[in-house]
Each structure stands twice: as C-alpha cells, then as structure tokens.
Design a protein around this ligand. Structure first.
Ligand SMILES: NC(=O)c1ccc[n+]([C@@H]2O[C@H](COP(=O)([O-])OP(=O)(O)OC[C@H]3O[C@@H](n4cnc5c(N)ncnc54)[C@H](OP(=O)(O)O)[C@@H]3O)[C@@H](O)[C@H]2O)c1
Length: 235
C-alpha cells in the first residue's frame, strides 16, 4: 500500500467537526505530515481560531485553514467526519449538496449511548448496522465511505508523542481503503490494517465502548494492536 500524499491524489482533507478533540488531533498529525487540512465547523470563526491554534503547534509550514462545514466540503476531496453520533444524520443531510465534489468520506462516529443520556461505555443499535453504514446511506452517489479511527485516543492524538496502536480501516472500495490506510500510517506509531468491508464498522464502533470502559476502570488511554498477521498486512 502507498503512503503518497492524499492531497496529491484527491485534494485537501476537510475535517467536519474539526473543532473537537478527535478532529483537532487528526488535523495536527496530518498537518505535520504535510497534508493540506481544512477545519470544518458550524461556526466559521471557531473553525478559523482552531485552525490557527493547530498551525501554531504544527509549525509555520503547516497548510491549515478554517471554514464553515459546507464551504469546507466544497473545497476538499477527502472528508473526515468527527462529530457526536447525535449530530451525524442531520449534519450529513444538511451538507449533502456540498459533498458532491468529494471522493471519500471517512467516518469515525461511535453511536455511544451518551447521545440519549446513557453511559459512554455502552452503544446504541443503528438500523443500518453501524454509524458508518448510516453515513453511507446519506452521502451522494460517487462518494465512497470508509470507517476508521474509532479506536484511537483523541487525547493521545493531541499530544506530541508517537502513538502505540493500530487503525483498522473498513470500506467496500479497495482504493478508498488504500488511501485511508495511507493517511492512518502517517500518524507516528500507527499501523494501518485493511479490515475488510464497511459492514465490519459495527465491530470497530463497539470496541470503542469497551476501550472507554477500560479507560474509566484503569485510568488510561487504551488503543488496540492486532498481532499474528503477515508483515504485508500492516502499513
Ligand atoms: N474522543 C475520542 O477519543 C474519540 C475516539 C474515536 C472516535 N471518536 C468519535 O469521534 C466523534 C467526535 O468525537 P469528539 O470527542 O471529537 O467529539 P466532540 O468534541 O464532542 O465534537 C466534535 C465537534 O462536533 C461538532 N458538533 C457537536 N455537536 C454537533 C451536532 N449536533 N451537529 C453537528 N456538529 C456537532 C462540534 O463542532 P462545531 O460546534 O465547531 O461545529 C464539535 O467541536 C464522535 O462520534 C466520537 O464518538 C472519539
């Protein structure tokens, strides 16, 4: 699998909900790796302030800007969705007309029970099978959906140290899986693994609830490592 700049192939990466901890952490890591990043937000000022904060940490060469979510979609080839489950459907419905120029949407949404006042260590059932499959129903034709980054700690992403975890990428399109694996592997310490079809996203989403429970119990920032595969399976 290749780690060629995703921007060279598809254009900038817009992170929708990029003002939150997951989006900011991914933006920081990818900006440091040389990707062009657009922070998306419902509020353009918040997006620009967040972009400036990340640029200050990532270094002067970092190519990062802030836009309202719809404008960010129109300017990007890859969309990274990092909003809480309760906002996923309404945001994608609102953004659908703006998403048409994008090629890939990466979904990290976890359907946590907190969305309805429940526990963070429990998930909700999603009719489509997973939040990622729900997203796939809502994007325009021609936009390929991948599920990834559910099992990475946002706290660690926002730090400066290499991570110690794997990122499993699920998608029904092999080219999309390859591109998203390449982006995951740009985060120091991360190995990316092709996790098969998008329907496997339901497992990735469930694992997050377990990791949150482990973090509460043991006071840590848990991630996952998959062992026993041939070296070629790890990017
Ligand atoms: N935290 C983690 O360690 C972690 C790890 C893996 C996956 N995830 C998943 O990644 C997603 C983002 O997590 P997070 O902790 O970064 O979330 P967050 O900080 O609570 O929210 C991220 C951003 O989403 C936007 N947002 C919030 N509510 C929204 C709504 N109803 N509609 C549209 N946009 C809304 C906000 O941006 P604006 O107000 O600027 O628009 C907010 O800054 C979640 O689905 C989470 O389950 C989290």
């Amino acid at each position: 699998m290749s780690t060629t700049s995703a921007e060279k192939l598809y254009g900038p990466i817009a992170i929708l909900g990029g003002t939150g901890s997951t989006g900011m952490g991914l933006a920081l890591r990818w900006a440091r790796a040389g990707e062009t990043i657009i922070i998306g937000s419902r509020d353009v000022e918040r997006a620009q302030e967040t972009a400036a904060q990340i640029k200050a940490r990532a270094g002067g060469q970092a190519n990062i800007s802030g836009m309202e979510n719809a404008e960010a979609c129109g300017a990007a080839g890859i969309l990274m969705l990092t909003v809480p489950f309760e906002g996923q459907v309404s945001l994608l419905q609102h953004l659908k007309p703006a998403i048409r120029s994008a090629r890939i949407l990466i979904d990290a949404t976890v359907p946590l029970a907190t969305s309805i006042g429940g526990r963070a260590s429990r998930t909700l059932g999603v009719w489509q099978g997973s939040a990622a499959q729900q997203a796939a129903e809502l994007v325009p034709k021609g936009v390929s959906v991948a599920a990834a980054f559910h099992n990475v700690s946002a706290s660690l992403l926002n730090g400066d140290d290499p991570l110690d975890c794997d990122v499993i990428v699920c998608s029904d399109d092999p080219e999309t899986t390859q591109v998203v694996c390449g982006l995951a592997a740009k985060i120091p310490g991360v190995c990316a693994i092709d996790g098969g079809k998008l329907e496997n996203a339901r497992v990735l989403e469930q694992i997050t609830a377990l990791l949150i429970g482990l973090n509460i119990r043991h006071k840590g920032h848990a991630g996952i490592r998959i062992t026993g595969l041939p070296p070629a399976a790890y990017l």
